[in-house]
Ligand binder design. Structure first.
Ligand SMILES: NC(=O)c1ccc[n+]([C@@H]2O[C@H](COP(=O)([O-])OP(=O)(O)OC[C@H]3O[C@@H](n4cnc5c(N)ncnc54)[C@H](OP(=O)(O)O)[C@@H]3O)[C@@H](O)[C@H]2O)c1
Length: 427
């Protein structure tokens, strides 16, 4: 059941994890626009004829995105690219941090936004997993390429970065899933080496570490080779029953990581504001929730429950909480031969704890290495079809592209804590 309430111009959707999204849906049925409607409304045909669109442009750091009426619609450059008519945009923390702090900005002006869902408006000419009109969710980790950004009416999407949506999931519900899913899956699957191919039945996923290590390193960027090839020994990969701590477990990334780790048979401790987000996260399957308000006590609880044997952790929050996670991982009685691993999504702690191997997420693997990108997207299709993965709770912001600046202000001032903001575009 989805219920909605309205607050500060935002529509909040809460979803009960026992509801329809968890119900298995008919597999392999494609979600499509009605053809008549589609051709008329958005020109969905091979002979796609539109040339210009509305976009949001960022002209300089510390400025707001500017609504621009007539901007060229991007063109596919190769057979791996398709054009998607954007129907809903999911907002990520990086969408306001990038302009405010000048992080990860490509040449300016640029188009922002990394999470989108919509309908395939132009396919590649070769055989493809996708057909015209398929409803997909796509993730643009390739932020240097504005053609792939979300804040526009039509975006270029790499086929291996798109996931076809089941009928039970609307673009609005699915749009904010992407970056969180990719970050969570790569943190677990590459940095910590969790082998998703050991999962039984329909939830079986890819062995990302094995895929990466079977490829010619010359085919992927130099700056991620160490993480992907030497980050963790094959012998040190987590086994079923091992504990993993997710500090900031109520974040969108944390919520996906909890679900994927549980599918892989791990035991999960989630550190969060228990009063505010505990009920929501408990439903996702975490074995233990630890309140983050008293951090010293949180570390004591984690060490006591795991009997000083915790070896794996992910921090989704800050350098400070990454340092706290490191303390929780530290155990004086641990044999030197046993390695301990912390994935830090928002930066490494200022002071490193001896014995802890620190990891940063090689996010660009998703678009640079087609085998990994497609493996993750095909797996996600199965997880969504079977209802084994729940997307984040959402708040719907109004105003289309013009509403995005105001919605980002809500992320900036911290007044949205938990749900993801989604901005549907006008049909
Ligand atoms: N490196 C990468 O490639 C990459 C990829 C994806 C995301 N990220 C980064 O990872 C971070 C998480 O992203 P997200 O989109 O998943 O975040 P999000 O959903 O916006 O996270 C919000 C959550 O953070 C929790 N929180 C607030 N203050 C906290 C604190 N002091 N200690 C612990 N938790 C706290 C809040 O829950 P509680 O109040 O319940 O704790 C809230 O639910 C962001 O900084 C993002 O930029 C990096």
């Amino acid at each position: 059941m989805i219920t909605a309430s309205r607050q500060n111009g935002l529509k909040r959707h809460y979803e009960d994890s026992t509801d329809a999204v968890r119900e298995p849906c008919e597999p392999k049925r494609r979600q499509k626009f009605q053809l008549g409607e589609t051709v008329q409304r958005i020109g969905l045909k091979d002979e796609f004829h539109l040339t210009h669109q509305e976009v949001l442009l960022l002209h300089a750091p510390k400025q707001r995105y500017q609504h621009t009426e007539r901007h060229q619609i991007p063109l596919p450059k190769n057979e791996r690219e398709m054009l998607v008519k954007v129907q809903a945009i999911g907002l990520n923390p990086i969408d306001w941090k990038a302009p405010d702090f000048g992080w990860g900005l490509p040449s300016l002006p640029c188009i922002g936004g990394r999470d989108l869902a919509g309908a395939v408006a132009k396919t590649s000419k070769r055989a493809s997993r996708f057909r015209l009109g398929d409803v997909v969710m796509a993730v643009s980790t390739d932020y240097r390429d504005s053609r792939k950004a979300a804040y526009q009416e039509y975006a270029i999407v790499l086929e291996h970065n798109a996931c076809r949506l089941p009928r039970t999931l609307t673009p609005t519900r699915a749009a904010p899933l992407g970056v969180a899913y990719v970050a969570a899956a790569l943190s677990l699957g590459i940095c910590l080496g969790v082998d998703f191919s050991q999962i039984d039945g329909r939830a079986r996923g890819p062995d990302l570490l094995k895929i990466m290590r079977s490829l010619d390193p010359e085919n992927f960027p130099k700056d991620i080779r160490t993480e992907c090839l030497e980050g963790i020994d094959m012998d040190d990969r987590p086994r079923k029953g091992d504990w993993v701590v997710i500090w900031g477990g109520s974040s969108a990334t944390g919520c996906i990581a909890i679900q994927l780790a549980k599918l892989a048979g791990l035991r999960v401790i989630s550190v969060l504001d228990q009063a505010r987000n505990g009920a929501r996260v408990l439903k996702l399957g975490a074995d233990l929730l630890v309140d983050r308000m008293d951090t010293g006590r949180a570390i004591e609880i984690i060490q006591s429950i795991t009997n000083g044997k915790l070896r794996y952790g992910i921090d989704t929050r800050s350098k400070e909480s990454a340092a706290l996670l490191s303390q929780a991982l530290h155990s004086p009685s641990r044999p030197e031969s046993e390695s301990v691993h912390a994935v830090c999504l928002t930066g490494l702690p200022k002071e490193r704890t001896p014995g802890v191997v620190y990891h940063t997420v090689p996010i660009k693997v998703f678009h640079e290495v087609a085998e990994v990108g497609e493996g993750l997207m095909v797996w996600l299709e199965k997880l969504l079809e079977t209802g084994l993965l729940l997307p984040p709770d959402i708040e719907v912001a109004e105003g289309g592209l013009k509403g995005i600046n105001a919605a980002l202000d809500r992320l900036r001032d911290g007044s949205v804590n938990g749900p993801r903001i989604v901005v549907p575009l006008q049909p």
